[in-house]
Structure formats: C-alpha cells, structure tokens
Write a protein that binds this ligand. Structure first.
Ligand SMILES: C[S@@+](CC[C@H](N)C(=O)[O-])C[C@H]1O[C@@H](n2cnc3c(N)ncnc32)[C@H](O)[C@@H]1O
Length: 213
C-alpha cells in the first residue's frame, strides 16, 4: 500500500475499527471489574473513545482527565462525557509528555494502551511523575502470550496487525514494562482471550504502586 493510503487508513479507518474492537464484550468484563476501583483525581492515559466511562464509580471519582493524541478517538468519547456526575476533561496529548503537574493524580488508569503508545517506557516515567506518592496505577492490558504457539503467531502477525489496528503491538510485555519503570505490582490477574481475539494473548490486569522515596 502507498504511504498516503496508509496515512489515510490510519486517520479515517483505524480509529473506528479500534473503537469497534474495544467495544466488544471480551473487553467489557475486565473494565467492569477494575475501573470502579479508581478514585479521587483520575487521569486516564490512552483515553480512546471513552469506553471506560460507564464503569467509573461516581461516588469515588472527583474529576477525570482523559489524555489521548488521537482527535478522532477523543471526538467519539466527547458525547459520553456530557452526562456524567463528575467533571471530565479531554486533553489531546501523548502519554510520553503529559501536560499535567507533578503529583497531580490519585489514580492513573491505562487500558489496552501500553500496546499502542510508541514509547511506553517514557509514558510510564510520566505516569510516575504525575501520580501522588500513595497513588495507584490501574491497568488492563494484553500482550505476549504464555502459550508458545500463540506467541509464534503474535510475532508473525505483529507488523500487519500494527498497521491495521492503529499501531497496536501484539508482543509487548506490559507487566515487565510496569515493573521496569519502578512500580510495584500489588495485584495481578491474567485471563486468556478467546476467538476472535486469541491473537491478543491474555488480559493482564492489576494495580501497581509507584516507588516510594
Ligand atoms: C486500543 S486503544 C484503547 C483505548 C481505550 N484505552 C480503551 O480501553 O478502549 C489504544 C489507544 O491508545 C492511544 N494512543 C496512541 N498513542 C498514544 C500515546 N502516545 N499516548 C497515549 N495514548 C496513545 C490511541 O489513540 C488509542 O486511543
């Protein structure tokens, strides 16, 4: 495919496909389990089309800031933000450079986005910076499969999948990335994806605490 077709696809098609894929039931049950745990001032990095919004506990969330560099995704999220009982602000920016002050957030939420963020290490450094010392990082990700056969397919499909699915990588290891950034994983869940999402490996969900001192 020529370069201009690729960039047209990335701008005009991929965000709608990613939104449709991430709206599937296969993703909803983890959202339902993890997102109500967010509280205080919440920053969601890789906010996308706002698919976590119905799962926030309004009694716990004071304010939500959704950050995503993709204007089309934020456009899909915007109508959902209007009728919520807490204030929601969308910021168009990459996770690698969050336009927020140090220790801004009580909770940072990242769902199915460390797979896509071009520099996840830099985003985790920024997440560390904006989290209060006693804050929490809630994550739901997918990544490198445990089963060898699936892992081989992930390696084979990775390039094509990335072009089709907005830059998503099949073979990243989100837990390793989170730990390498100095976070301590305090809770962890792993659950395999099934058809039609087997290529995503497993859900890797949990809570991580920023380093102390
Ligand atoms: C698979 S979607 C997940 C969206 C949403 N978190 C969800 O759970 O439905 C990945 C998201 O990461 C966003 N993204 C891409 N590059 C990013 C970056 N540098 N920083 C933050 N988010 C990014 C994409 O625009 C997209 O909205």
């Amino acid at each position: 495919m020529c370069q201009s077709c690729l960039s047209w696809y990335a701008r005009c098609i991929a965000p709608y496909l990613v939104h449709a894929g991430c709206s599937a039931n296969a993703f909803a049950h983890m959202r339902k389990r993890m997102i109500p745990r967010a509280g205080g001032i919440v920053v969601e990095v890789g906010f996308g089309s706002g698919l976590n919004l119905p799962y926030y506990d309004a009694a716990k969330v004071k304010r939500l800031v959704g950050v995503d560099p993709d204007g089309t995704m934020l456009g899909l999220a915007e109508p959902k933000t209007r009728s919520l009982p807490f204030s929601v602000e969308c910021i168009r920016a990459g996770g690698e450079r969050l336009p927020l002050i140090d220790s801004f957030a009580d909770t940072v939420v990242v769902t199915y986005a460390f797979c896509t963020i071009p520099d996840p290490e830099a985003a985790l450094t920024e997440i560390r910076r904006i989290l209060r010392p006693l804050g929490q990082l809630i994550f739901i990700e997918h990544g490198r499969a445990e089963r060898l056969r699936c892992r081989r397919w992930q390696e084979r499909l990775n390039g094509l999948w990335g072009r089709l699915a907005g830059g998503c990588h099949l073979n990243r290891d989100p837990l390793r990335l989170i730990r390498a950034a100095g976070f301590r994983i305090v809770e962890e869940e792993c659950e395999q994806f099934h058809l039609p999402f087997w290529q995503l490996g497993s859900h890797r969900a949990g809570i991580a605490a920023p380093p102390t001192g």
